[in-house]
Design a protein around this ligand. Sequence first.
Ligand code: ZN
Ligand code: ZN
Ligand code: ZN
Length: 219
Amino acid sequence: MQTYFFELLTACMNCGNPLLINAFTGKITCEHCQKDNYISAKLWRGMVVDSMKEARKYNEGQKHSLKMFSGGYQITLTFGRRKSRCAKCQTMIPDNVYDSFEGGDYKCTQCANVILIRKPDKFVQEIVPDAKYIVAEDSGQLNTNIQGIEIPIAAKPVIFTCPACAANLEIDGTKRMIKCQYCDASVYLPDDLWFELHPARTVDRWYIINNEKEVVTKE
Ligand SMILES: [Zn+2]
Ligand SMILES: [Zn+2]
Ligand SMILES: [Zn+2]
């Protein structure tokens, strides 16, 4: 068993804002413009498969960063070999978790942070056939592939003044394009308000646990 990690950042194809690729998935919804970005299997192969080949030779903890241009995206890619850890407290996820984990939420033994561990779906399998688990992805990004999953709602609604009729509207952060219930105007929420409701997120490190023999270093 071998662990590889990835940190991927690109720009949204639609609006040019930063797009975090915090999940191994074919479609990522931009948090700025709410439009979808498609990341093909071919592009994933270029990002992940070659990196794994390269990182096989690395020592534990060794990593590499590069920029690549592919499929219309400019991608900043960091990859390397490091055992999977809790992003909050850096406690290692014990190897034996991967012997039989069914998939789902794993709780960090140290800080109780919830870490998503899942078995590869078809999309992943076709790109990395030996992948055993994908770890620490952003579950929100994965869920964009599934219909009916709720978007996290801001803790408390904020008041926003309708630019058309000046009525006070309650915004809960679920939708960026809203309809004023008084004058029926369609209002697109401005950046500062939207980002107050949805604080900017960072590039997450996520992992592929791969079924392969440990590399034996020749002395
Ligand atoms: Zn966008
Ligand atoms: Zn932790
Ligand atoms: Zn209005």
